[in-house]
Design a protein around this ligand. Structure first.
Ligand SMILES: Nc1ncnc2c1ncn2[C@@H]1O[C@H](COP(=O)(O)OP(=O)(O)O)[C@@H](O)[C@H]1O
Ligand SMILES: [Mg+2]
Length: 311
């Protein structure tokens, strides 16, 4: 138990559906952590109870998981007005934050992040855990570009160990635009619902928005995904390989949808485009003297692109 005598809260890092996430410094070890906090003072409110319950589920599940693509759980505590969960701090923040800050990703980065998200999902599914809220805001990135699945507040453990869709869960969990049709219809869902949400995250990374983002009315969005026969629009400039990959994911029938293993073996994942050239430090130095004002960096790139295109 990490009490206030052993850690100090710092500035706000993020907010989500279940409270806020702040920096925390472990006063003994000097470790910098992310601390997810849920206020307990209005415990009489059913919503608070629900939030604390979700946090307990998150702790129960996360504390048993150990994988390079899953956020590391450090500990938890309940003190004064907060219930706290201590997590390894991921310097890049979430994929959603990166998109908001730097714009949508090039296909090669989408491939690299997708591979890591799938590896995290493979581990979860092998351990009978459904995440149930895969989306850009719940995938964190560290300073080395390693992705980690986070936010297990909606996760659940499944007790049928076979990789089948029988013995399914039917509660409405997730965030509407990333939700699989079977989750919305509440006809029972399993591992394959995470695959659909992952597909929506691929679209989010490639276009900056999840599928059906133009649909601002929540009920209309739920209807389109749950009932209508439409499938999401694929990123227009995606390679044929990318479109084939998405085709395997966006099957309305979860039994026809590719599972995590199949996707990990798809060329979209196994064949990263263009070798990752490491930038040498002297190249970086040359570059940094060239950019006098970092605020101009984006504009400069834009101008280079325009020149290249002869515009
Ligand atoms: N370990 C972490 N490192 C860095 N940022 C984090 C970490 N955990 C959460 N965050 C930030 O806080 C946000 C909310 O956290 P999340 O666990 O998704 O909570 P919620 O259940 O409220 O959605 C994330 O989208 C992310 O921006
Ligand atoms: Mg979240």
């Amino acid at each position: 138990m990490l009490g206030y005598n052993r850690w100090t809260p710092g500035k706000l890092i993020g907010t989500g559906s279940f409270g806020s996430v702040v920096f925390g410094l472990n006063k003994d070890t000097g470790e910098v952590m992310a601390v997810k906090q849920v206020p307990v003072y209005d415990i009489a409110e059913s919503n608070t109870l629900e939030r604390i319950k979700a946090l307990e589920v998150e702790i129960e599940i996360l504390s048993r998981l150990q994988h390079k693509n899953i956020v590391r759980y450090i500990g938890s505590s309940c003190e004064d007005e907060y219930f706290n969960i201590f997590l390894e701090y991921e310097g890049g923040g979430s994929i959603a934050k990166l998109i908001a800050r730097y714009g949508m990703f090039k296909e090669n980065l989408v491939r690299r992040y997708s591979k890591q998200i799938l590896e995290g999902l493979e581990y979860l599914h092998a351990h009978n855990v459904l995440h149930r809220d895969i989306k850009g805001a719940n995938v964190l990135v560290d300073s080395n570009g390693v992705c980690r699945l986070a936010d297990f507040g909606g996760a659940t453990k499944i007790y049928n160990t076979a990789n089948t869709e029988s013995g399914l869960y039917s509660s409405l969990k997730g965030t509407p635009h990333w939700m699989a049709p079977e989750v919305i219809r509440q006809t029972g869902h399993g591992r394959q619902a995470d695959i659909w949400s992952f597909g929506c995250t691929v679209i989010e990374m490639a276009t900056g928005r999840p599928p059906w983002a133009e649909q601002k009315n929540l009920f209309a969005a739920l209807y389109i995904i749950g009932q209508a026969l439409k499938l999401p629009t694929f990123p227009v400039d995606f390679s044929e390989e990318g479109k084939d990959f998405l085709n395997l994911i966006f099957k309305r029938n979860p039994n026809e949808r590719a599972n995590v293993r199949v996707l990990l073996n798809h060329p979209f994942i196994t064949r990263s485009l263009g070798s990752q050239k490491k930038i040498k430090s002297n190249e970086l130095r040359r570059h940094s003297t060239f950019i006098k004002d970092p605020a101009q960096y984006g504009k400069q790139n834009l101008n280079n692109e325009k020149n290249k295109n002869g515009k």
